[in-house]
Design a protein around this ligand. Structure first.
Ligand code: NAD
Length: 441
């Protein structure tokens, strides 16, 4: 099937590559011409495990093409996916300017019928807005007879495992009340629906809300656990014991109950905020969501607070080794990453930082330019040179079993601040390391 995807970010590029891999004819359109020319030359603008190979193979086969030409994009696909960003507006609600710009663009170039699919995470009612924008532009062009449908197909991939998530989705939500559009979408996704029925068909508004509900529930689990971790410290309990104790209950489960330095990324923070704003616009008190957001903002400051306490407020002039910059492992994405809050707090207190991340170094360079208080090191042990203590903020696999003797020999204070609870407290204490973690006294 011929598919056009607008946006070659984490969602559009991965979805495009995966649809091409199963044989669809995919054209990806982006307004960022440098990204498009990089992709045509085989340079992948983001890091996602398995993505580079998938993009290159399908580009060579001719199943996956890239363009910045809007007319080409509209002409190509009977199915037109909108996968552009929906960043927070000034008040935290989702900014739809990119989504609506794509909608208008489709309408101003289309000459045959189209199914327009909202893949971006958008507030309930956005499909109606897209429909209005498209209809208004068609009316202006006096093309009233051109047929189109707008449907919702939210994306549930996780950065860091996006390719696998799209190849083997656990559900495919299709929001439409038009049976013809539903069957076209079923045909498109048939290669991903062989093992068992994964398509959950529903009305558009329910589909739009499903995406927010999913992200907000996951964020709630994390903030809840961070709240219990705070209590755990005050009560002399060990949050890791508590985590095992509750996770073993199948009604609770082990996933998303890790205490830590707070959630980040391009989705949870903005989606929680956007749903709060939606609720406010309806005079509905979303008390749970507001608490989830508040707890997370506090949690991102916890590691700094612990460092401050440990050094009795004497932070100025110190150097800290930092392991991890991305908001979670297996991605280069630093949007809303806890590392950024921490780095900036350390700088504000007069400290400097020597950091390493397996994939996010270029992103850190882009964000912080050549700030002299941030030295980006070639490997994890190089960060320790002249450092007072080590901080772990992202749980990359390569940080999980380091050479602790090497660490202590290089640090001026044998102290580790673990924002993800990846080390064994007793083992580190045996080695004479002062170990400060989350939710453990
Ligand atoms: P992103 O910022 O990585 O990429 C968005 C891309 O859209 C950019 O390359 C930008 O240049 C392009 N773009 C903007 N306007 C355009 C236009 N008019 N025409 C063509 N391209 C245009 O965004 P992302 O992380 O891929 O997220 C996209 C959407 O998917 C968001 O709504 C997000 O909430 C949602 N989502 C993201 C994830 C995730 O993990 N990143 C997961 C599920 C859903």
């Amino acid at each position: 099937m011929k598919v056009t995807i607008y946006g070659v970010g984490y969602v559009g590029l991965v979805q495009g590559a995966v649809l091409a891999e199963v044989g669809h004819d995919v054209l990806c359109v982006d307004i960022d011409e440098s990204k498009v020319s990089d992709l045509k030359e085989g340079h992948i603008p983001i890091y996602e495990p398995g993505l580079e190979c998938l993009v290159k193979n399908n580009f060579q086969k001719g199943n996956l093409k890239f363009t910045a030409n809007q007319q080409e994009g509209v002409d190509h696909g009977g199915i037109q996916f909108i996968a552009v960003g929906t960043p927070p507006d000034e008040d935290g609600s989702a900014d739809l300017k990119y989504v609506l710009a794509v909608a208008k663009n489709i309408a101003s170039h289309m000459s045959t019928s189209k199914i327009i699919v909202n893949k971006s995470t958008v507030p309930v009612g956005t499909a109606d807005k897209v429909r209005q924008v498209v209809q208004a532009e068609l009316n202006r062009r006096e093309k009233h007879n051109l047929d189109f449908d707008v449907i919702s197909n939210p994306e549930f991939l996780k950065e860091g495992s996006a390719v696998t998530d799209c190849m083997r989705p656990d559900r495919i939500v299709i929001g439409t009340s038009c049976s013809a559009s539903e069957s076209i979408m079923r045909e498109l996704y048939a290669p991903f629906n062989r093992n068992h029925e994964k398509i959950v068909a529903m009305d558009v508004r329910s589909a739009e809300l499903t995406k927010y509900a999913a992200n907000c529930l996951l964020a709630t689990k994390i903030s809840f656990m961070n709240e219990i971790a705070g209590l755990s410290e005050l009560l002399g309990a060990d949050i890791e014991m508590v985590r095992h104790g509750i996770g073993s209950d199948p009604r609770i489960g082990y996933q998303f109950i890790y205490p830590g330095a707070g959630y980040g990324g391009s989705c949870f923070p903005k989606d929680v905020q956007a749903l709060i704003r939606t609720a406010e616009s309806l005079d509905f008190d979303a008390g749970i969501l507001k608490s989830v957001e508040k707890r997370n903002k506090e949690q991102k400051k916890v590691v700094f607070r612990k460092i401050h306490e440990f050094f009795n407020g004497q932070i100025s002039g110190r150097t800290f080794a930092l392991w991890g910059l991305s908001f979670k492992p297996n991605t280069d994405d630093m949007r809303e990453a806890p590392s950024r809050i921490l780095i900036e707090a350390l700088w504000a207190a007069g400290a400097s930082v020597r950091a390493y991340d397996p994939e996010a170094m270029n992103e850190a360079r882009r964000i912080y330019r050549d700030d002299k208080n941030l030295v980006l090191c070639e490997d994890k042990y190089a960060t320790l040179k002249g450092a007072d203590a080590l901080i772990v903020i992202t749980e990359w696999p390569e940080f999980k079993a380091p050479d602790f003797e090497k660490i202590t020999s290089k640090l001026s204070t044998p102290a580790i601040f673990d924002g993800r609870n990846i080390y064994c407290k007793t083992e580190l204490e045996k080695l004479g390391i002062s170990y400060v973690s989350i939710g453990r006294k």
